[in-house]
Structures are given as structure tokens and as C-alpha cells.
Design a binder for this molecule. Sequence first.
Ligand SMILES: Nc1ncnc2c1ncn2[C@@H]1O[C@H](COP(=O)(O)OP(=O)(O)OP(=O)(O)O)[C@@H](O)[C@H]1O
Ligand SMILES: [Mg+2]
Length: 509
Amino acid sequence: MSNRDELLRIEGIRKTFPGVVALDGVDFDLRRGEVHVLLGENGAGKSTLIKMLSGAYHPDEGRVLVDGEEVHIRGAQDAERLGIATIYQEFNLVPDLTVAENIFLGRQPRRFGMIDRKTMEADAEVLLKRVGVNVSPRARVRELGIARLQMVEIAKALSLNARVLIMDEPTAVLTSEEVEKLFVIVRQLREDGVGVVFITHHLEEIAALGDRVTVIRDGKSVGQVPATTAEDELVRLMVGRSIEQQYPREVPEKGAALLTVEGLTRDGVFHDVSFEVHAGEVVGIAGLVGAGRTEVVRAVFGADPYDKGDVKVAGARLKGHDVNAAMAAGIGLVPEDRKGQGLVLDQTVEENLGLVTMRAATRAGLVDLKGQHEAAARIAGQLGVRMAGLGQHVRTLSGGNQQKVVIGKWLLADTKVLILDEPTRGIDVGAKVEIYQLINELTAAGAAVLMISSDLPEVLGMSDRVLVMAQGRIAGELAAADATQDAVMALAVSNPTNEKTETEASRGH
Ligand SMILES: Nc1ncnc2c1ncn2[C@@H]1O[C@H](COP(=O)(O)OP(=O)(O)OP(=O)(O)O)[C@@H](O)[C@H]1O
Ligand SMILES: [Mg+2]
């Protein structure tokens, strides 16, 4: 390939933060019309690297060349002028503005000095169509779910007519259907000659979409390989060793029912949901987005109310809509939205890890600070949280390491019933195995685990039983041995409402 095709080159980039060498000599190049995947463990330096190109950070050392010329990207405007658009891992939209306002933020079309709303909204409509998302340009961003936010970000990047499009884990929050749509868009952009930098922890996406892969380990580029490279080789390059068993589930003896949910109903959201999770069990909940899985577990945890039904922990009925009561009874929830609900970003790793235990300890009137510290250090070590120290602010951890802290705080809390909602989103393949091993330890010690995941191989690989939800109801239950992707999908797209109505009707209700 000739030099003419080279859009961008990075040479010997170094970047340090207090106590951390984030990048320690990275080389990278991007050609016209290619998808170049950046691969590396949580905290390897991927997001930091792309922030050098968007102008968010400045390198301590090294050079960035665009079209063969050295450039200094000092801020978002410089990046925009150079044709570089970035979709960040943490979204960058303004919640109180509309979709159209966000897309054209700072460059709204004007007429007679006024913002030309009509044109702006019509232009936004075209872009939204192009990314295939069904959302009104007039909707407030605050009201959108996470997948739609992502699509709006992409529409915004398209509106910039970028020559370089950087996407930091765009698929982490998308459903497989949405991922397919995204791939169609990205392939079209590649066709048009755009160079795409693509970050993902889903290895199967690499062969499906990528052309080349640059692997980063501990802030250094350790190799560049074609996207057709076998997955286990990619893993070896990335983590420095191979992974024997991706789903190391060990099923212990099953004990008594710890969590019992009976006829739980929230009108219009979920209906007549009943199930049990026993001590030692991992029960997975599969289903399509919108099936009501998150809504059910939030109600079980007391975060949301319900209209009918019961939640019992070890046989004792819980007061509804009361998180404190649920926690006191031993329920923990690792939420889907880690930034919004799981973490206090401006506190340290240690403080965040102690959030749940501290509360219990303070209530009991005894705070064992030394014990807290040791426990925090142990769990951070087990999860391999990459940090400068326990005193680092959670805000400055990498995305995957933040997720590990959310999980860690509940693992420390001595929960009887741990509910995990999309626990390994954004987690690298090596760290996933560590989390699975911790789930094994928990259940071996007699805890019950309820796990929602949209990653079907993960649900199938780690659950002893799988509940499948569709349209707010439990559409069916599968034992681990019978739970195949096909069986789960058949239930997930079924229509349990109709079936129920028929049987109810035939019973004369
Ligand atoms: N503003 C900052 N202050 C201090 N440390 C930082 C800052 N930004 C990043 N780091 C550190 O730099 C390292 C690299 O982080 P980065 O976010 O680039 O990782 P990543 O490869 O994107 O990981 P992930 O897959 O988890 O998103 C981490 O150790 C992180 O804690
Ligand atoms: Mg990152």
C-alpha cells in the first residue's frame, strides 16, 4: 500500500499521569478505507491513545502525523478541522438538549442570525435515518436509552464528514441487532474511504469488521496483525498468556431457596414473574432488550416499586420498594449503568469498594478501618484493578476498571443474593475469567447469584439454569444442559402474553 493511503501516523507516544505511565511508546497508523482495531486489556491505554487524536489529552513525547505532516492537536476544534471525529466510551452528549441540538452543537444552521430549527431538525432526521435509529430529532437526550444514545453519537460523527472516525467500544452497549446495523454503517464509511479506529473487547467482531489489529499491552504497542488472526492468538498477544477455559463454572451442591419471587407484577412493565434462586446456584436471565429483565431485578432490589407479588429472602418477606431493607436482608445489585448508579466518581477506589460494607458497619456501630483497607486491597488484587493505588479517584480509572470496582464493592459486602446486571460489559477477556471465578467462590460459599446478560455465550457458559424473559413475562426456563442459543432465542422472541391469555381463557377466566 502506498503512502498516499496513509491518513494518520502515531510515533512513540508517551503519556503519564500522576503515578501511572498510561502510554509508554505507542506506534500506530491508519489508512484510508480501513477499519483498524485497537485491542488491549482494561487499562492498557486504548482510550488514552485516542484522546491524543481528539485533542482531549496531549502527549508528553512522540509525534502525530496527518497526511504525512506533523500536527499538534490542542483541542476539539483542531481535531474537527483535521477531519477527526471521536465517539467516546463515556458519552459526550448534553442530556437537557434535544437530539438535533446535540448533533449540531456549536454549529447549528442559522437564518437571519437565529438558529434555524427547521433545517437543523430536518438535517438531523436524515442522519438518524442513515444510522437506522428510530428517534425524534426533538426528543431530549435525557430520555434516551443507552443504545440510542450511542446511535445519536454516531449520527453526530457522520454529520462532521470525518475522514478519521474513532469509536471507543461502540458495541459494548448495543444489542446484536444494533451491532449489525452499526457494522453496515461502518462498512459503508470504509467504502467511502474513511479510516476507522475501532476499539472492542468482543473478539468475534474483529474478524467480522476489521482489517488490521494493533495490540497494546501496558501502554506499549506489542504487535500489529491482520484481523483474520485466530482469537486465541489475539488473546495471547493481548494478555501475554493463553486462556484455557473461558467459562470455568463449577457447580457446587445446591442448598435451600435464598431468593423467592412470587407473582411479581408492575402494571404495564412486567407480569406475574415467579422464580427461585437457591444457595449455590447461578441463575441466568436471558431475553431481548426491553423484555423487562432490568425492571424485574430493580424491583426485587427495592429500587423500583411493584404492584403485586412477593419477594422473599431465605423465606422472609421483604418490604417492597425499599433498597435499605433489601440490602439489610443480604441482596446486592450490580447495576447495568455503572456510571449512573454504581459509583461515586470523585471518590477513591477504596472508598467506592467500601460503600456497601461501610454502611452496614456504621449501622452496627463498628468501623474496622484497617480491615476495610485490607479487604479492599485483596478484592482489587483479585479482580486485577489497574490503578496507581487504592487512593486513585474512580473517575480516572479506565472504563473496564471502573466496572471491576462496581462488582468488587458487592463482592466485599457479604451478600447472600447477588444480582448482576450485564456484569462483564466492557471487561477484557482475561478479567472476565477472574469475575467468573469470583462467582464460583461466592456460590461455593453458599450465595445465590442471579445474572442478567445479553452475552448469550456468557449466560449459557456460567448459568446452572436459564430463565428467558419476553415481553415482561418469564417465557420459559431451561436447565443448563438444554440451554442452547437456539432454544434461548426461540423463547426470547416468543409471545408469552398470548399463550397465557389462551390458557387463561380456556380455563374460563
Ligand atoms: N486522567 C487520568 N488521570 C490518571 N490516570 C489516568 C487518567 N486517564 C487514564 N488514566 C490511567 O491510564 C491507564 C490507561 O487507561 P485507559 O483508559 O487508556 O485504558 P483502556 O485501554 O481504554 O481500558 P478499558 O478497556 O478499561 O477502557 C489506566 O491505568 C488509567 O487509570
Ligand atoms: Mg477505554
